[in-house]
Structures are given as C-alpha cells and as structure tokens.
Design a binder for this molecule. Structure first.
Ligand code: SF4
Length: 598
C-alpha cells in the first residue's frame, strides 16, 4: 500500500515540474512515507531522519517531510523528536503536499497537516508508476475491523472504498499504457463496496473482479489482503472462474488458538478458518495459500503457541509472514500486559519460520517432481522413492526408482545432487526430447537449468530459467525462475541485472518462499566457504567440527534444515573465491571430500 502511496505522491510532484532525485545527496526535498504497524518500522524511520542531521547542517535549504501513518500518529511530536523535520502531513492530506512545500519554502515555518482521516480522499490518479508492466491499484483506504493489536484504523481511518467506476477507469488507462499485471490493494479487499452498491457478502469485490477481468490488455489480476471473516466460497468460485485472476490467496491466520483469536478481535474461529481453507482447496485445487501469524500476543501461553504450530503444520501454507507482537498506542491490546518475554517471542518466531521454511522446501521438491496442479498435502501420498529422496536417502531412492519417465527424472535429480552433472544433464535432455508427459517435460526444463547452474554455465542457465519464467508467468515456478536468474547474475558479477530480478521477485511475488530466501541472502554477507560434510545427527557434525578445529581450521556447523535434518560442516568464510579454493585444495590434500559453497 505504501509503495503505491509513494508513487501517488511522486506523481503529484512530477506533475508540478519536479524531478525525481537519484540519491539523498542530490535531493532538495526528502519525504519519508512511513508505516506505524510495527514499532520496528517507526524506529527505522526515526533512525533515518536522524542520519539526515548532518546533511541538513551542510544544506539548510533541504526540506524534510514525514508523511503516512507516523505523521498521523505522532503529529506535532515529530517536530519535537527531530528538528530536522519541516513538514508533517497525514495520509488524507497528501494531495496537498506540493502546495504545502511551496508554503514552507516561502515562510520557512514548520507545517503540520493532519486533518480528519475519515474524510473521503480526493481521487488522485497519478501518472507515475515505478514498474511499467505491473501496477498497484488501491481499491479502499482504512479499515473498520479494529483488530485489537492494529493501529491502522487509528492512523488510516475507517474503511472507505473507492468508486468502482474510478477504479475501472484507472485500470483501463493502465492497460492502454501496456500494463498487464494488476495488484488490487486494500486492508480488507473482501469488504470492498462501491458506494452505490447494496450487495452483501463480498459481492462488491467479486463484481469488481469480474469487471476487471473483462478489460482488454490486462492479463493477471492479484489482490491483497483478504480477511478470513469476510472471505467466502463465492470469492473462491470467482477466483476459479475468472481466467485472469491469479490462483493465490493471502489469508492471514494470526493465531491457531481460539482464545487468542478472540482477544485479537479477529471475528473467526480456528474451525471457521480450517473450513475456509478446505473449501478453497476443493474449489481451486493447487491454489497457492499464504498467511500472516503473530507470536507473543499478550497471554499467549506455550499451549496457545503450540496450537498455532500444529495448525500451520496441518494447513501447509506456501509461505507465511511471522510477526513478533509489539504493543501499538491507542489499540485495545496495548492496555493488556505485554506478558511474553522478548526472548520467548524470538524463540516462537524462529520455530515458526523454520517450520514454514522446511514445509516450503518440501513443497518445492514436490512441485519439482510432479509438476503443477498437485495439492500441497499430496506429500503424504508420495511413493517410497520420492520419500527417500526428500529424506536425503539417495541409495534407497535409487533402488526404488522404476524405468518410467518419473523414475528417470528422480534419478537425474539425485545425480545432480551428487554432482554427477553430465549424467543428470543427459537424462533431463532425454526427457525433454522424448517424453510426451507435459508435467514431466516442464520440470525437466527446470532440471536442465539447474544442471547448467551446477556446472557454472550461468548464461546457459539464465536462458533456460527465462523459458520457465515466460511459460509460467503468475505461477510459483515464475518466482523460482526470478530467484534463480538473480542468483546467476550475481555469480556472473552482473549486480545491476541481478537487482532487476530481485526487484521483480519482491514486487510480483512478495510472499513467496523465494522472496524470503532472497531477503536472507541479501541480509547475509556474501561469502564463500568449503563444505566438508553433512550429517543427520548433530553430534556427528560436532565431532567433525572439533576434529577440524583441532587442526587449526575455522570449522563450524553452518545450517540446520528442519526436513530432512542436515547439519552441514563448513570451513572458513572467504570474500574471495580464490582464497576459498586454496582452502578447498588444502582440505582435499588432507583427504576430505569437499564442495565449494557460495
Ligand atoms: S483487518 Fe485488522 S489487522 Fe488488518 S488492517 Fe484492519 S484492523 Fe488492522
């Protein structure tokens, strides 16, 4: 939502003849578009404003403004928190920003503009869009739900839907400009209602989807966020029947405990949530399902938390955002004791993250093996060979592989994992040339690309991943292709190109497992290390680490994967690949089987 708001504000300035600056140093006006949903986000903004102090001292004419939720929340206080801030402007006044800046430039007096957030907003159809192929379209502002932990109704106001005809006109205009991909945004899209509409039960949103589906030029429609209390079977049927609507639902769960859901004022029970998911999967088999969960809500006991874990395990989401609870001012829950200790919140956060990651890995493998359209819970029905493969028991998997195309594909995957690239490559090629099974053909294409990647033939790998990206636009495979292409460009040292694909991934598939992986990759320093073993038992990995340390080597256990459990032993963290290769040669001389790991 904030990305689109920033685009709208940028458009207002561009219309008045301003230019977008390439960097902070070059800018005459810096506006922070802020979010108050989490305290952490606010702290970061305040930190970034603080950093501007030096720049402002050097260039006193620099204008600094704070817009969005924090402006509405802190109001006058922002001038007190930092004397760097010149303008504070709330969400409902943002269309006035160019004139407020003009006024400030004349008077040099701080300006506060935070009018009633519940007044209908003026329609601002800014022509500025960061991405030319896809566009965010806001369908409603604010929220009426008053979840007990959420600050949105206080800083963004009550829910106000935009007029249907304005939304349709905006999308028609976008389609005429070549935009193919639309993301509809609202705090609760299911309760969208054109002001003239008298329908109930989410029909306003369904009608909107139907109308957008008919717009020539638009190829994909996505939306976010759906509230479980307002999501209906009618919506799922519409998602199934409307060919342009991407089969993905983001349905925030928040907790698997009815006690906590009630305290959160979410308006649904665990039973209702499960029945919604079951109906969704019956109506749209293979529909991608993602969620949000909050850990450490006041009075969330270990038992409540384990209910969340069990439910998430049972549902097997494709991806999830996990948030650690922090009290937000004005909200109902802020009056409750923040009873779960910080460390315990962190622990619960890690438990859920690991679980989701391990499930997502399994799902990824399942997709790789079987292709699309497979319900995620099909994992339970896999035959002996595939289960053994997922557990890392390659010998057992090979022993159970039959001579069918599927058996051959599995053999090739195992060969690839064992670094027998040429043999794997030949099998993938053979499947691609001779097998008529479409699903198998598709995954073999991915296998071939992975073989090129393993061989460090990154240009060839990019070519193959691109074919997957084009063929599966809008599907989980496409997110995977973006991720792999970005990794190839990084390996080639073409960071600019890598960045383009990272942005595509984060923009088009923000909740995907790959976007999460990319975040982790970006947050970690890029280093090479040498892998000397992988163990299912921690004690064995620890033994090897101690042995290597005894020889003066910088050994450590680098990763734990929750399923199958693998404790990897690595040596060194090298910035230069050449240094890592020296270490690798040394270890091989000592008789270790090694692998270079970026
Ligand atoms: S539905 Fe609840 S969590 Fe979402 S914006 Fe509204 S009040 Fe906040």
């Amino acid at each position: 939502m904030n990305i689109r708001d920033s685009e709208i504000v940028a458009g207002l300035f561009l219309d008045k003849g301003y230019r977008l600056a390439k960097s902070q140093d070059e800018a005459d006006i810096i506006l922070f578009n802020t979010c108050s949903v989490r305290k952490h986000a606010e702290d970061r903004v305040l930190g970034n404003i603080g950093i501007l102090r030096k720049l402002k001292e050097k260039r006193p004419d620099l204008v600094v403004g704070v817009i969005g939720c924090m402006a509405q929340h802190f109001k006058q206080k922002l001038f007190e928190v930092s004397n760097v801030v010149d303008i504070v402007c709330g969400p409902s006044d943002e269309e006035k920003l160019p004139s407020l800046i003009g006024k400030f430039l004349k008077t040099k007096k701080n300006i506060l503009s935070v009018e009633n957030i519940n007044k209908p907003r003026k329609e601002v159809l800014s022509g500025y869009r960061e991405n030319k192929d896809s566009a965010y379209v806001v369908i409603s502002h604010g929220c009426d739900n008053f979840c007990s932990y959420c600050i949105v109704p206080y800083v963004r106001g009550r829910e106000i839907s935009r007029k249907e005809k304005d939304i349709i006109n905006e999308i028609k205009k976008l389609a005429a400009q070549g935009v193919k991909d639309i993301m509809l945004l609202g705090q609760n899209v299911n309760s969208y209602k054109d002001r003239k509409d008298r329908s109930r039960g989410g029909l306003g949103f369904i009608r909107l989807l139907e109308k957008i589906n008919r717009i020539d030029g638009i190829e994909r429609i996505r939306f976010m966020t759906s509230h479980p209390k307002d999501a209906t079977e009618d919506l799922f049927c519409a998602m199934r029947d409307l060919d342009k609507v991407v089969k993905h639902l983001h349905l925030p769960l928040q907790s698997g405990s009815d006690k906590i859901l009630k305290a959160m004022n979410r308006g649904y029970t665990v039973k209702k949530y499960i029945s919604l998911v079951n109906r969704l999967r019956e109506i749209i088999p293979g529909c991608r399902l993602t969620t949000d969960a909050i850990v450490g809500f006041p009075h969330e006991t270990k038992k409540d938390f384990s209910k969340t874990c069990s439910l998430m395990k049972k549902i097997r989401f494709d991806a999830a955002y996990i948030f650690k609870y922090s009290p937000r001012p004005k909200t109902a829950s802020s009056k409750l004791k923040d009873s779960v200790a910080k460390e315990e919140k962190e622990r619960r956060n890690q438990v859920l993250l690991k679980m989701i990651k391990s499930q997502a890995i399994c799902i990824l493998f399942v997709v790789c093996i079987f292709g699309f359209g497979l319900p995620q819970y099909a994992f339970a029905d896999m035959d002996q060979a595939e289960i053994a493969f997922l557990k890392g028991e390659h010998d057992l998997a090979l022993a159970n592989c039959d001579a069918s195309g599927r058996g051959n594909y599995l053999k090739a995957r195992i060969l690839l994992k064992e670094n027998k690239i040429q043999q794997a490559y030949d099998i993938f090629e053979n499947i691609l040339q001779n097998d008529s099974d479409k699903a198998l053909h598709d995954v073999a294409q991915l296998g071939l690309a992975d073989a090129f990647f393993a061989e460090e033939r990154y240009d060839d790998a990019i070519g193959e991943y691109r074919k997957i990206q084009e063929k599966y636009a809008g599907s989980p495979f496409c997110a995977l292709a973006f991720y792999k292409i970005a990794k190839c460009y990084r390996k080639l040292g073409q960071m600019e190109q890598a960045r383009v694909y990272v942005q595509k991934l984060q923009q088009d598939y923000p909740l995907s497992f790959e976007a999460k992986l990319m975040d982790e990759l970006d947050n970690s320093e890029f280093v090479y290390s040498v892998q000397v073993g992988g163990f299912s038992k921690y004690a064995n990995a620890e033994n090897l680490v101690n042995k290597l340390k005894g020889k003066g080597l910088d050994a450590y256990i680098s990763e734990k994967e929750a399923f199958p459990v693998v404790y990897r032993v690595r040596v060194g963290k090298f910035k230069a690949k050449s240094d890592a290769l020296v270490c690798k040669a040394l270890l091989e001389k000592k008789g270790y089987k090694t692998k270079l790991c970026p």
